[in-house]
Design a protein around this ligand. Structure first.
Ligand SMILES: NC(=O)c1ccc[n+]([C@@H]2O[C@H](COP(=O)([O-])OP(=O)(O)OC[C@H]3O[C@@H](n4cnc5c(N)ncnc54)[C@H](O)[C@@H]3O)[C@@H](O)[C@H]2O)c1
Ligand SMILES: O=C(O)C[C@H](O)C(=O)O
Length: 344
């Protein structure tokens, strides 16, 4: 979580007059915002719900899952921060969970086990995401949708097709969450460049699977003089970051805690954009004309309507240019697979 967010949370929760601050904060400075988490009782959903409960920009937190929601909602609801928490536990309650949502975060679906690719999750997760997006189109068509469920390279195109079919599609409001790739790239780069990790910025573009994840270390700041070998190794580690966690968890799932952190960063950026904070920029997998592919992750400026501007790639090294051309066939085929599934 960023320092400013932590500072706000600290002042809301530890000051002796925190109730006064909280009331003033809610009514004077910050608009009401409802955030809904779909899959809230899962490995990502639980810590993500915790982090959203700690976010002072949230006034209403709706936690939906098909299993174990009441316990998670009761637990999170006892935390003395601004938002009201309500749990929704069954299909029949999904509409209520979504009604009035400004931001919907979707970590619902199965995670990988060792030996699997993200695409191996398609058969189960495509159907889950389709159903949830149909409900979003019906109950909160104007919400910003943060898609975490894998394979993101396909689930985002699925969501777009569902929204098109319902007549609610607005490309400015649909985001594939690729923030974890950026979080990893920053951490790994700081370790090699010997710079303070909090100061590091690295754009990560393309998609969210294997070689489609393309970190642009040539644009990393603070600048460092890293050899080609180190850049190649850093790129590979970022691309394989998810697999590194899947293997370490040895059958017990994939990244949950670092993903919850990344999801909270991205949702916070969406809320700031909605609230009119200027110059909010994050990488995300969105509808794009940056390349010939219809969806592509790059830096995006967030605003009151979601995507305000999809930023270009900037100057690439020869190594990155090569990586960009290599990723296109795989990314194209994952996008097409999602579209085909949704329109059948
Ligand atoms: N975008 C990323 O960077 C990223 C990072 C990590 C994981 N993921 C993906 O996130 C997804 C979730 O991972 P996890 O570790 O939290 O899995 P998990 O199995 O721990 O949790 C998934 C939750 O989704 C719920 N669920 C299933 N179907 C549902 C439905 N129809 N409606 C509501 N909830 C439903 C389950 O009950 C469960 O609680 C996986 O697809 C994983 O691959 C993405
Ligand atoms: O690797 C996975 O399957 C989960 C996620 O996409 C990740 O990058 O950690």
């Amino acid at each position: 979580m960023r320092a400013s967010m932590l500072r706000s949370i600290k002042s809301l929760t530890t000051s002796p007059s925190s109730h006064i601050l909280r009331r003033g904060y809610a009514s004077e400075a910050v608009p009401e915002r409802k955030v809904t988490v779909l899959g809230a009782a899962g490995g990502i959903g639980q810590p993500l719900s915790l982090l959203m409960k700690l976010n002072p920009l949230v006034s209403n937190l709706a936690l939906y899952d098909i299993a174990n929601t009441p316990g998670v909602a009761a637990d999170v609801s006892h935390i003395n921060t601004r938002s009201e928490v309500v749990g929704y536990a069954s299909d029949a309650e999904l509409g209520k969970a979504l009604e009035g949502a400004d931001v919907v975060i979707i970590p619902a679906g199965v995670p990988r086990k060792p030996g699997m690719t993200r695409d191996d999750l398609f058969n189960i997760n495509a159907g889950i995401v389709k159903g949830l997006c149909e409900a979003i189109a019906k109950h909160c068509p104007n919400a910003l949708v943060n898609m975490i469920s894998n394979p993101v390279n396909s689930t985002v195109p699925i969501a777009a097709e569902v929204f098109k079919k319902a007549g609610t599609y607005d490309p400015k409001r649909l985001f594939g969450v690729t923030t974890l790739d950026v979080v990893r790239a920053k951490t790994f780069y700081a370790g090699k460049a010997m710079v303070p990790v909090a100061e590091v910025n690295v754009p990560v573009v393309g998609g969210h699977a294997g070689i489609t994840i393309l970190p642009l270390f040539s644009q990393a700041t603070p600048k460092a003089n890293l050899s080609d070998e180190v850049i190649t190794a850093l790129t590979k580690r970022t691309q394989d970051g998810g697999t590194e966690v899947v293997e370490a968890k040895a059958g017990k799932g994939s990244a949950t805690l670092s993903m919850a952190y990344a999801g909270a960063i991205f949702a916070d950026a969406c809320l700031k954009g909605l609230n009119g904070v200027p110059d909010v920029i994050e990488c995300s997998f969105v509808q794009s004309t940056v390349t010939e592919l219809p969806f592509f992750a790059s830096r995006v400026r967030l605003g009151k309507n979601g995507v305000e501007e999809v930023l270009g790639l900037g100057p690439l090294s020869d190594f990155e240019k090569e990586g960009l051309e290599k990723l296109k066939p795989e990314l194209k085929s994952s996008i097409e697979k999602g579209i085909k599934f949704a329109i059948q």
